[in-house]
Design a protein around this ligand. Structure first.
Ligand SMILES: [Zn+2]
Length: 375
């Protein structure tokens, strides 16, 4: 089959690779539609964000496959069932768990949760999968869906309901992340929510906040067109960060208090720290450099809670129940994903172009990631 192979940072090509073989409890999915995430684009280009060292070490050993976790496809084959006895070499059956039968069948349109706890370590055995030190992350710890076919654990598969297209399903992972982020932040009824950034993550957070408990929703951005989308997604107040003093306007809109919850989606952490109220919460959505500056004294003095949405590279993604909920919201029309898909390319050979467009969205007038349609 054809797949994207990385030869060095900034040097990826679509090449022939061996077909994937499903192991016990795994399924093969023929990829129908895939889109790169901005994080993947940054890592493939060699930017020093989380996971960079891991990828650099792999590249030092030779060409490698990397990326491809936002996708949809059709199940084409299943591996053998998971043995009920421990695999050879394991003495105790305490650490060996089977998984339930697959709820999807060959021919079903599906997507998959990108992160799966190992199910066997001390943390997993104690029902703390979020503490698993060695989860598998699709495209990061093994080959992902930048390929004609991908193998995933059957337990991570989520069926796409009728009425939701492969393109929408491929774009559902960021929505699941936004839903999860709001759950992590525990937004209370009537809370003022400040969303910094009106890109895809900012817009999805706006929509999820409007569907949830938020009271006043304030969105900042740098493009009039995107701020108009934020308004349509449910923002009460939109602020043009190129012309307005965002922190002053937030304080004005909250009677000098500041926002209860801030979702930082644009790398403007200082703005988040100054726009949040005393005792408020900042959810760090954007991917920051490893040593990003932060006003720690201010955060300490004002008792600000910093939370992470547990999604994306090196983190822990929302589980299948969140994905199912996200797909339900799309099917019902509560969240409109189609409008975020501005660029659609045909054929797996277009993957390098999709990476380029997604990394430099502003140059290409792209709103969301560029999608590649394989089938
Ligand atoms: Zn584990």
């Amino acid at each position: 089959m054809l797949a994207l192979v990385l030869h060095g940072f900034g040097n990826a090509a679509v090449e022939e690779v061996p077909d994937p073989v499903p192991g016990p409890g795994e399924v093969v999915i023929d990829v129908t539609c895939v889109q790169p995430s901005v994080t993947e684009c940054m890592l493939l280009a060699g930017e020093p964000i989380a996971m960079h060292q891991v990828l650099a070490a792999r590249l030092a050993a030779g060409p490698t496959r990397f990326g491809g976790h936002e996708f949809a496809g059709v199940i084409s084959a299943a591996g053998p069932p998971i043995p009920t006895n421990p695999p050879s070499g394991e003495k105790s059956d305490k650490s060996w768990r089977g998984v339930p039968d697959l709820s999807c069948q060959p021919g079903d349109l599906v997507t998959a949760v990108e992160t799966a706890a190992c199910g066997r370590c001390a943390a997993c055995r104690r029902d703390r999968p979020d503490a698993c030190p060695a989860p598998s992350v699709l495209g990061f710890t093994g080959p992902g869906a930048f390929a004609e076919r991908v193998v995933v654990p059957a337990r991570t598969v989520v069926r796409v309901p009728d009425g939701v297209s492969a393109a929408q399903a491929a774009a559902v992972q960021p929505l699941a992340g936004a839903i999860h982020g709001h759950a992590v932040a525990a937004v209370r009824p009537g809370d003022t929510v400040l969303i910094i950034g009106a890109g895809v993550m900012g817009l999805l957070h706006t929509r999820v906040a409007r569907l949830g408990n938020a009271g006043q929703i304030i969105v900042t951005g740098r493009s009039a067109a995107k701020l108009e989308l934020a308004r349509r997604a449910g923002a009460d107040l939109v602020l043009d960060a190129t012309r307005e003093d965002v922190v002053a306007r937030v304080l004005e809109a909250t009677e000098g208090i500041g926002a209860d919850v801030v979702f930082e989606c644009a790398g403007e952490f200082e703005q988040a720290a100054r726009g949040v109220r005393r005792g408020g919460t900042i959810v760090m959505v954007s991917v920051l450099p490893n040593h990003a500056p932060a006003p720690l004294a201010l955060l300490r003095e004002r008792s600000v809670a910093l939370l992470h949405p547990r999604s994306g590279a090196g983190g822990y993604a929302p589980g299948s129940s969140v994905f199912e909920h996200a797909l339900r919201l799309v099917r019902r029309g509560d969240v409109e994903l189609q409008g975020l898909i501005s660029h659609r390319l045909k054929g797996i050979e277009a993957l390098p172009e999709a990476l380029e467009i997604t990394r430099y969205k502003h140059r290409y007038g792209a709103l969301g990631p560029a999608q590649v349609e394989l089938a």
